[in-house]
Design a protein around this ligand. Structure first.
Ligand SMILES: CC(C)(COP(=O)(O)OP(=O)(O)OC[C@H]1O[C@@H](n2cnc3c(N)ncnc32)[C@H](O)[C@@H]1OP(=O)(O)O)[C@@H](O)C(=O)NCCC(=O)NCCS
Length: 181
């Protein structure tokens, strides 16, 4: 009997970040349609992106950083991480971006969420994974609900972008609550 790979979902695979990922990340995170619902707002230089990738390529318990690649052909389509891990509380904060817009609504985000949450529970022994999502990010909220996250509260007017405030929704998932299909 073979074990399921902790890095693989149905459509995607998680791997460590590599320096050669930087150019695609630079393009994605300078694209306003990708960052619309992210807290980032300033232009990113190649140097900043290279520094980010080199920091994020040192992965481990306290910051489990992954590139998201297609399972079929290993093509880079995004990134995801579990950060700010608290060993006492067994909690982590999750972030995800599918930067390749051609992949949106193709099931990749959902599969990435399932895979990284399974990794957090089964490989890191987390008890709780949480995230913040902009209230207007309907696609992301749908994905998080689909995989089992629950809305726990609203941080009113917590973000200001595009000349107006919007609320930020706090969502959490406990061990045992991950909806695998
Ligand atoms: C949010 C994100 C991770 C989702 O990934 P994805 O690959 O597009 O998601 P999936 O294809 O797995 O699922 C999308 C779901 O949202 C639904 N959806 C799409 N647009 C929607 C909308 N405007 N309102 C409600 N649901 C919507 C789709 O129908 C699908 O649900 P279904 O499977 O029930 O039909 C990805 O779009 C992304 O990275 N966006 C930019 C960065 C970002 O917003 N990151 C999250 C920050 S909290």
């Amino acid at each position: 009997m073979g074990l399921d790979s902790p890095f693989e979902g149905r459509l995607i695979r998680l791997r460590a970040r590599e320096p050669e990922d930087a150019p695609l990340l630079h393009a994605w995170f300078n694209d306003a349609s990708v960052t619309e619902h992210l807290s980032m707002r300033y232009p990113l230089s190649h140097e900043q992106e290279e520094r980010f990738v080199s920091g994020a390529s040192v992965t481990g318990y306290f910051a489990a950083n992954f590139a998201v690649v297609t399972r079929d052909d290993g093509r880079l389509i995004g990134g995801a991480e579990l950060r700010d891990v608290s060993p006492e509380n067994r909690t982590a904060i999750l972030g995800i971006t599918i930067g390749d817009k051609a992949c949106w609504d193709g099931g990749y985000g959902t599969d990435t969420m399932r895979t990284i949450c399974r990794f957090g529970f089964e490989m890191m022994n987390l008890n709780r994974i949480e995230l913040d999502v902009f209230a207007e990010n309907a696609r992301a909220r749908r994905v998080y609900e689909k995989v089992g996250f629950r809305e726990e509260g609203v941080r009113r007017q917590a973000v200001y972008k595009y000349g107006r405030y919007q609320d930020v929704v706090v969502m959490g998932l406990l061990a045992g609550e991950l909806a695998l299909e």
